[in-house]
Design a protein around this ligand. Structure first.
Ligand SMILES: Cc1cc2nc3c(=O)[nH]c(=O)nc-3n(C[C@H](O)[C@H](O)[C@H](O)COP(=O)(O)O)c2cc1C
Length: 403
């Protein structure tokens, strides 16, 4: 492939020494490339040269078979933009506007996203340029990665390159529901797949913030699905000091409120776990509240029966219920948590986690007696918890999805 460049335009750097990287700037761009809709400058023209520069950067992304299969559509013509805006309006815009109006003035977590999404839907035809990254190929539903993996990363590089130049984008896909109509409007041939519509404009103001997301430690598993380490040591010692844990998740076809009523029942796990036998509120408590304590009974073939007192440390209605085995998280024998993430209003993802330690627990005497077996002891305990937590999570899913 020849790489010719019009003389007026600077090509992407031919070589770059990583020791020159200004990490703060790069991470700043990577973590503040937001979906910008309200702050798109609809009046300031965007030069084609800048768009080409962003596409050149994006084309450096990897592609299966090292083939040049990506194509980029830049929509500038007002009539073409109007046609796309009409399609966007039909496929999602109308709904976004009515959702915005319903949520206005409420503290629902989607209120501001809907205000922003509806604004874009109402103004799409006024955005200086609409970019549609496409790929030669059609998804065959084989479930094998391939087709889109050769375009998504480039399209995102485009958004990052744009942000670095003071431009803003929003990743949108709602219009793709109208596949035939988009092809008719834009003349996209069969055999080519459009993957997103990126409105492109200068941003009003250059400052954007990163947003709260789950920490790496919470969404990263080591060596096997569900195995977490809060303070993993680089030598893979796998000791109790590294904060071993387990995470189990399942999608539930029921609203968060319904699932919440099950997970806040402190004895619910006894229906499913082979170890946990049930719990009773301690003295003055009879319902979940921060600081409330309950006494749980457990049984294990090798250990026999034992009881623990736990303290509720987290309570956000319909979202998060957590407790420390002991009186607080800093000295807990273990920290347990249920989390519920709403999915499109009527469904949710149920997440159950445990972190062992940092305080002494039933594992402590075993580890003290056999320090050379610490890794094995912890690994076995993680497996036991994984199995019991899977039973609980699936059991609650079945209860919540039942009538
Ligand atoms: C696959 C995908 C499809 C999306 N489709 C739309 C869309 O059609 N319209 C829209 O306004 N935003 C769309 N978004 C943007 C999300 O709503 C946005 O990422 C979310 O609000 C979080 O905001 P942030 O990107 O600024 O973190 C989409 C994002 C992704 C990843």
């Amino acid at each position: 492939m020849t790489m010719t460049s019009p003389k007026s335009r600077k090509q992407v750097p031919p070589r770059y020494d990583v020791s020159d990287v200004d990490l703060e700037s790069i991470d700043g761009v990577l973590s503040t490339t937001r979906s910008v809709r309200l702050r798109l400058d609809l009046d300031r023209p965007v030069p084609n040269e800048l768009i080409f520069d962003c596409i050149d950067v994006a084309e450096q992304g990897p592609g299966g078979g090292n083939q040049s299969s990506r194509r980029w559509l830049i929509i500038r013509d007002p009539e073409q933009k109007k046609r796309l805006a009409d399609l966007y309006w039909e496929s999602a815009g109308k709904w976004m506007v009515s959702a915005r109006d319903k949520l206005a003035g409420t503290d629902h977590r989607n209120t501001s996203v809907m205000r922003s999404a509806a604004h874009l839907a109402e103004n799409l035809d006024k955005v200086p340029a609409l970019i549609i990254p496409c790929i030669w190929g059609v998804h065959d539903d084989s479930k094998k990665p391939g087709l889109f993996d050769s375009v998504v990363q480039s399209a995102w590089s485009f958004c990052l390159a744009a942000r670095a130049r003071g431009l803003a984008t929003a990743w949108t896909t709602a219009i793709l529901n109208n596949d035939k109509e988009i092809r008719d409007v834009l003349g996209i041939p069969e055999g080519v797949t459009p993957i997103a519509l990126l409105p492109l404009a200068f941003s009003v103001g250059g400052d954007f913030a990163s947003v709260p997301r789950r920490l790496a430690e919470e969404v990263t598993y080591f060596d096997s699905w569900g195995h977490t380490w809060e303070f993993p040591d680089d030598n893979q010692t796998r000791s109790i000091a590294e904060g071993p844990g387990v995470t189990v998740e399942v999608d539930v076809n029921a609203p968060p409120e319904k699932v919440w009523s099950f997970v806040t029942d402190i004895s619910i796990a006894a229906q499913f776990s082979e170890e946990f036998q049930g719990a009773d509120w301690a003295e003055s408590f009879d319902a979940p509240e921060l600081g409330a304590q309950f006494i749980g009974t457990n049984q294990h073939p090798k250990i026999g029966e034992w009881q623990t007192t736990s303290t509720i440390t987290e309570l956000i209605e319909n979202e998060r219920f957590g407790w420390a085995v002991g009186t607080d998280e800093a000295s807990a024998a273990a920290r347990w948590r249920w989390e519920i993430d709403e999915l499109h209003g009527h469904r949710c993802r149920l997440r159950h986690t445990v972190r062992l330690g940092p305080g002494p627990s039933g594992l402590t005497p075993a580890i003290e007696a056999m320090p050379d077996k610490e890794t094995l002891i912890i690994a076995r305990r993680q497996e036991e918890h994984l199995a019991n937590m899977r039973r609980c999570v699936n059991g609650i899913k079945a209860l919540a999805e039942g009538s």
